[in-house]
Design a protein around this ligand. Structure first.
Ligand code: NZQ
Ligand code: ZN
Length: 424
């Protein structure tokens, strides 16, 4: 296990009616004038925005609404938000929504006290040190932004913008990671607000939270048994509660469990003591940057098993551990059911121990099956992308993320092209 600092200072307030505490919490963190950020209307229809604003008013805060944040949010809304905050002397940002709304709120909070362009932090020119306080009322368990120090924004190119070689510049989706500056001061989590989610969005969230654990779990750092077991326990619980929530969307307890799982998956706990590998997210972010109609979780449903399959050829150990401990793949062939052997050289049942590669492959097959049962895509066509430009995706990926990515297995453009090609 490596040395680590784990600092996750968000105050989580979980359960029914907790949005009634928004005002009191905003006050606790110094707010007097709040920018209330939300998306395309779901949080208005569910009453989440109205109830939050009422609570803020009851606590004596002035509020300013800022709506229309789209999924896979873009830099233009961040700039617009920064301008509103500055003109109105706003001192706290309250995000009512999911990852896209929260990430925009964080970017605004970061941009306001800085004289230059907020994008300087995202492209790595500057390390963030100050931000306005951000509070959250969460409506979708998925991105985990309610407990993370991250914010993901897509910068759209200016009209006619070209690079040094004169080539047109495309959209750039970058994740900014901070240890604590961008962690929300408080996150209100009322599972009832998630009951209006369409099945598709619920499923996308389940895939995303699992990916946040995978990106930390698939690591070569040895002796992380405690962190491994936390991650494996969470993954197992997400699979069980995920099935339950898809079958019974109005089940409060299932919604509550899934909501808390999404937060724990991404607030850093599952990465403690080890090196992480965010390759699947990097590979997916290029897809949803160029094709913003692709939900992040849906993109991951296709990318993650393809990535796992590719790296398992070179480094199957941890994939096999995941297969055994999370997907319950048996180690001995004689312990497997007939239908569990579909990918193995079944036929004649012999008494033998399965190889690490076979166990890994069976684990990936079961994961794909789980995603399929959620209605998630497994390729570009399933994502609605008829003719994907793999060459451009690979070029953009390595331009934005470096010549090689990852460390569980280091991937160059030769490798990532093969992974994208698996989705054709
Ligand atoms: O815009 P509205 O009308 O609110 O609809 C939203 C949106 O269309 C809808 N929705 C949210 N809550 C709902 C609801 N519909 C009905 N009932 C509710 N209760 O869901 C749609 C998706 O919302 P979005 O915020 O985009 O979803 P998510 O939370 O999955 O966020 C995705 C974004 O977060 C980034 C992703 O890349 C993507 O841009 N990520 C952020 C991370 C972070 N900050 O730590 C980490 C993640 O890996 C991820 O990259
Ligand atoms: Zn994610």
């Amino acid at each position: 296990m490596d040395n680590f600092v784990y600092y996750a200072p968000t105050k989580f307030v979980f359960g029914r009616y907790t949005e009634r505490r928004a005002g009191e919490l905003a006050r606790e963190f110094g707010g007097t004038r709040a920018l209330v950020v939300f998306g395309g209307g779901s949080a208005v229809r569910s009453g989440a925005v109205g109830r939050t604003v009422r609570s803020l008013h009851a606590a004596g805060l002035d509020t300013f609404n800022f709506e229309g944040i789209t999924p896979n949010p873009t830099d233009d809304k961040v700039r617009e938000g920064i301008d509103i905050v500055r003109r109105n002397n706003i001192d706290i940002i309250v995000a009512v929504g999911g990852g896209s709304v929260i990430d925009t709120a964080k970017a605004i909070a970061l941009g306001v006290p800085y004289d230059g362009d907020f994008w300087d932090f995202y492209c790595g020119k500057l390390v963030p040190e100050h931000a306005l306080p951000v509070g959250v009322v969460l409506t979708i368990p998925a991105a985990g932004s309610e407990g993370s120090g991250n914010s993901v924004i897509t910068r759209m190119p200016d009209y006619g913008e070209t690079d040094k070689e004169g080539n047109p510049v495309g959209p750039v989706k970058l994740s900014l990671r901070t240890e604590s500056v961008l962690r929300p001061k408080f996150s209100i989590m009322n599972p009832e607000f998630t009951m209006t989610l369409p099945a598709w969005q619920t499923a996308c969230g389940i895939v995303d939270m699992m990916a946040h654990i995978f990106e930390r779990y698939f690591s070569n750092t040895p002796d992380c048994e405690v962190t491994d077991r936390v991650a494996e326990g969470l993954l197992k619980a997400i699979i069980t509660e995920g099935r339950r929530v898809m079958d019974s969307p109005d089940d409060y307890q299932a919604r509550a469990n899934i909501m808390w799982a999404a937060t724990l998956a991404h607030n850093g706990l599952c990465g403690t003591g080890r090196r992480e590998d965010w390759s699947s997210h990097f590979i997916e972010h290029e897809i949803s940057a160029v094709y913003p109609e692709v939900a992040h979780g849906a993109g991951l449903a296709a990318v993650v098993p393809a990535w796992m399959e590719y790296v398992a050829e070179k480094n199957p150990g941890k994939v096999a551990q995941f297969a055994r401990r999370v997907m319950d793949v048996p180690v001995h062939e004689q312990d497997a059911d007939d239908d569990e052997l579909s990918l193995l050289d079944a036929g004649i049942r012999v008494h033998r121990t399965l190889s690490t590669g076979e166990i890994a492959a069976e684990g990936i097959r079961r994961l794909r099956e789980f995603y399929r049962s959620l209605g998630m895509p497994s390729d570009f066509a399933g994502m609605g992308i008829a003719s994907p430009d793999v060459t451009s995706l690979v070029e953009a990926l390595h331009l934005h993320k470096g010549q090689s990515i990852g460390n569980y297995v280091e991937l160059t453009s030769r490798d990532t092209k093969k992974i994208y090609n698996k989705l054709l």
